[in-house]
Structures are given as C-alpha cells and as structure tokens.
Design a protein around this ligand. Sequence first.
Ligand code: TYD
Length: 136
Amino acid sequence: MKKVELINLPKFLDVRGNLSFVEQNNHIPFEIKRTYWLYDVPGGESRGGHAYINNEEFIIALSGSFDVVVDDGNEKKVFQMNRSYYGLYIPKGMWREINNFSSNSFALEFGSTEYNENDYIRDYDTFLKMKHDGKI
Ligand code: TYD
C-alpha cells in the first residue's frame, strides 16, 4: 500500500531564476490523467474536506503557502507546503483538507483519474465507516 510522502523535487538554482520539474511515473508515482489548480484563494480560507475512493494526487505549492491535513482514519498529519520544489503525494482513500492559505497562494494538483463526482466521499463519518469496513 502506497503511503503519504513529501517528495523533494529536482531544482536547478540559477541567478537568472530557479527551475524545478516533475515527471509522471517518476517523482509523481502515477500516470497523470488530470491537472488542476487553486488560485485567488482568500487568505485563511480552507478547501477540500473530502476523500477520493480511487484518485491519487500530487500537490505542489507553486507560490505562497498552505497546509495539507491528511487523515487515514486513525491519525492526522499536517504538511506545511511553502516551497515550490516539494510535492506531496496522497494515495487514494485518505481524508484530506487544505487550509491556512496565504494570500496569493497557488496550488497545482495532479490526479491519477479524470474528474468523477462519484469518486468523492464528502462526509467524514461515511469516510470513517468505509475505512473501518475495509471498503477503501
Ligand atoms: P472540489 O474538488 O470539490 O474542490 P475542493 O475540494 O478544492 O474544495 O471541486 C469544486 C468543484 O469544481 C466541483 O464541484 C466540480 C469542479 N471540478 C471539476 O469539474 N473538475 C475537477 O477536476 C475538479 C477538481 C473540480
């Protein structure tokens, strides 16, 4: 079973400006089916209190900062994302919330599946029950 992991991405430091990159099936441990981004998030706002049944994701703070709270049903971990050369891998079946956005933050997210509302679990008690019943 894959685990939540903060992945240190390649970076080329240069006086002209720095460069980082990601590759699917390498730094991102899945084939990318979808890319989306969160922007113009008001400072202090919170998003994404839900779990995915199948979708795996990879999140980068391209600018600004935010916290990603990942919960496996037993334990919660908080990842403070504030550097564009780190990516957070989240496997399927985890409750996750993104909060504490700084103003002007920009979150880039990659997914392993196309968008499908049926893949979401939006109720925390349902998530806990499915987790404890071994359904996710
Ligand atoms: P949602 O994932 O609920 O946002 P968050 O978890 O960050 O609060 O997405 C908000 C809306 O955007 C959702 O109702 C449908 C739409 N959406 C898509 O159409 N495609 C996508 O890939 C995503 C992520 C969202």
